[in-house]
Design a protein around this ligand. Structure first.
Ligand SMILES: [Cu+2]
Length: 240
């Protein structure tokens, strides 16, 4: 049911993130209904009535303390169960980075996202690097590695359709990765309040088929078609 409320999933690990999301929603939702239901029931049952005085309960007996301790223990156990269930997704997204077919440097600044591609030579800091603000083109099916850094304050790189979010911290370069599974244009946003024009810090992720991506790359890097063609085969293979 909740799946319909979320933006369409366009990444290889989106399903795993969604299952953790659903688990948390159902566990927390059930407790919410139980706790609020009990609150309403008790408010009604122990409402003010003529001739019935209030009682002062100190919570010192074991029976009284159990009202606090037992739910606290159950909540803690559920919390640990959620941690355990989500550990695989965490490992997949944040710890085990697969070999990438494309590397892009992402620079956050007030108030824009700037993407730097290594160009056909695959190396950063050379003349064929391509820098673009606001648009990140990637081929579908390829593992894309992002190296995130910030020029000023803390930002957060978020692509809801990929179920990817990573804080971007000045002074550090933080890696992230994704493999897009559906072509389309998706919103990239900053999810860390980073200044007065934070809301303008949007960009687009453009997921293209490998052929479309290559056409785009060739258009922007006409000088080095040859090495880009080697990449074609690698990307095509990765997309299968
Ligand atoms: Cu920001």
């Amino acid at each position: 049911m909740i799946t319909g409320w979320l933006p369409p999933d366009a990444s290889s690990y989106g399903r795993d993130i969604d299952s953790v999301f659903r688990l948390i929603l159902y566990v927390v939702g059930a407790w919410f209904i139980l706790a609020e239901g009990l609150l309403v029931a008790f408010v009604y049952r122990y409402r003010r009535r003529a001739g019935v005085g209030a009682r002062h309960i100190t919570g010192e007996t074991a029976r009284q303390a159990a009202w606090i301790l037992v739910p606290a223990a159950v909540v803690l156990m559920l919390d640990l169960a959620i941690d355990n269930a989500g550990a695989g997704a965490w490992r997949e997204v944040k710890e085990e980075m697969p070999v990438s077919q494309l590397e892009v440097k992402v620079t956050a600044m007030q108030f824009a996202w700037v993407f730097t591609y290594p160009g056909p030579d695959g190396k950063f800091g050379t003349a064929d690097d391509l820098t673009s603000a606001g648009k990140l083109h990637v081929p579908m099916g390829a593992v894309v590695r992002l190296d995130l850094s910030s020029l000023d304050v803390i930002h957060s790189f978020a692509v809801p359709n990929l179920r990817l979010r990573q804080d971007v911290v000045p002074g550090r370069t933080i890696p992230a990765w994704f493999k897009a599974t559906r072509p389309g244009t998706y919103e990239i946003e900053c999810t860390e309040l980073c200044g007065e024009y934070h809301y303008r810090m949007r960009a687009s992720l453009i997921v293209q088929t490998p052929a479309e991506y290559q056409a785009w790359a060739h258009k922007h890097w006409p000088a080095a078609k040859k090495s880009a063609q080697v990449d074609d085969r690698r990307l095509m293979a990765a997309a299968q």
